[in-house]
Write a protein that binds this ligand. Structure first.
Ligand SMILES: Cc1ncc(COP(=O)(O)O)c(C=O)c1O
Length: 386
């Protein structure tokens, strides 16, 4: 059996007519930059996220960058985040000359360990970027309490978490900003690079709209320096056409995750299935852990199963951040996750027999390879259902 990590063709086949018609409308209008399709998409994503404003941008990476720019963050400023994330989170901080300050992750959720944040706050702290990794939101109440107490901005990196919820509140709606990525592999993917910022603050929304067009207001007059962070109309049309399907795709991902949980439980495999600690995990990824991760991944590849390591090297150990002077061992949970985590297929179209095959193959691997048991201590870190 051949099971990719993600099967975008299966999704496209199911919505081909709607998406093609949406693109055809843009082609007929020849209105490619911003315009009505982008306005419509912004309103729809803002409403979906329970936010007042949506600002379409060129990518999730540029969403993060634009939010930091909107806060005038630059040299001398510190921005707190985790080292166990996609590069863009930390790249945006560094590109502006600000200093990334890392807090380790909670081993159960892979999200920021809120018990360690206070230790890292200084007079220079200007923002915190909680990353809602793999589709589950960070523990936002303590984050927002600290933000209020110490007067810094919270930029939710919700690139992997559109529609996720924390205590009934949508990803992107709790911080001062929420950043989404519509990279094709995300739960709501465009047909190329695209992203969106959501906010409930009208002044921040206005500033972001100016920033995404090189800071011009009116056209050709610049009081601030922005960038070309605009969302293309074709991507906006694709995202709007896909949005009505998102909840059913999320439900299918959740069912797949539950099925895996049950099959792994029955097979008693030492793989630490994901811990669901908030009330709507959207499973952009279903991530298991093993001390024999690399061997397991190679074995699965032989059996035709796609998997991916998100992420093999935490940010504090990346060459480009060596100037921060942080040594291996500084963030043990991030480093352990980088060595052990493996994402397996959880896409909505994954069938029962495919999921069973994945679990069978993992069982076969452990039948041949003695694993270091690592299970239960990881499950005890958080109370269920925040
Ligand atoms: C956590 C996280 N932040 C930011 C980004 C950046 O998004 P984009 O690829 O749209 O620039 C991604 C995308 O992979 C991501 O996963």
């Amino acid at each position: 059996m051949n099971i990719p990590l993600l099967d975008l063709k299966a999704q496209y086949v199911s919505i081909r007519d709607e998406v093609n018609a949406a693109i055809a409308e843009v082609l007929e209008s020849q209105n490619f930059i911003l315009g009505p399709k982008v306005d419509q998409c912004e309103k729809a994503i803002a409403a979906y996220s329970n936010c007042s404003f949506g600002i379409g941008v060129s990518s999730g990476s540029d969403a993060l960058l634009a939010c930091l720019m909107a806060e005038n963050i630059g040299p001398g400023d510190e921005v707190i985040t985790t080292p166990y994330t996609f590069f863009a989170t930390v790249g945006a901080i560094s590109r502006l000359g600000a200093t990334p300050v890392f807090v380790d992750i909670n081993a159960s959720t892979y999200n920021i360990d809120v018990t360690q944040i206070a230790l890292k706050i200084t007079a220079k702290t200007r923002a915190l970027i909680p990353v809602h990794l793999f589709g589950q939101m960070a523990d936002m109440d303590p984050v927002m309490q600290l933000a209020q107490q110490h007067n810094f901005a919270v930029i939710e990196d919700a690139a992997q978490a559109i529609g996720a919820e924390y205590k009934g509140r949508r990803a992107g709606s709790i911080g001062h900003y929420g950043c989404f990525s519509f990279f094709p592999s995300k739960n709501l993917g465009a047909f190329g690079d695209a992203g969106m910022i959501v906010t409930n603050d009208d002044q921040r929304a206005e500033k972001l709209k100016v920033l995404r067009g090189h800071g011009a207001k009116p056209k050709y007059y610049h009081r601030i320096v922005g960038g070309n962070f605009r969302l293309d109309a074709i991507h906006a049309a694709v995202v709007s056409a896909k949005l009505p399907h998102l909840d059913s795709w999320t439900a299918a991902r959740q069912q797949n995750a539950e099925r895996y949980d049950q099959l792994f439980r029955e097979a008693e495999l030492p793989i630490c299935p994901p811990v669901v600690a908030t009330n709507r995990h959207i499973f952009n990824q279903y991530v298991i852990r093993s001390s024999s991760r690399d061997l397991l991944q190679a074995f699965l590849k032989e059996e035709g199963i796609g998997s991916e390591v998100y992420y093999p090297l935490p940010m504090h150990l990346q060459d480009c951040f060596a100037y921060l002077g942080i040594k291996a061992g500084a963030f043990p949970e991030s480093e352990r996750a980088a060595n052990e985590s493996l994402a397996i297929p959880v896409y909505p179209e994954l069938s029962d027999s495919q999921a069973r095959y994945v679990v069978e193959c993992i069982g076969e691997f452990f039948g041949q390879t003695p694993a270091v048991p690592m299970g239960d201590e990881l499950r005890l870190v958080l109370e269920p259902s925040l």
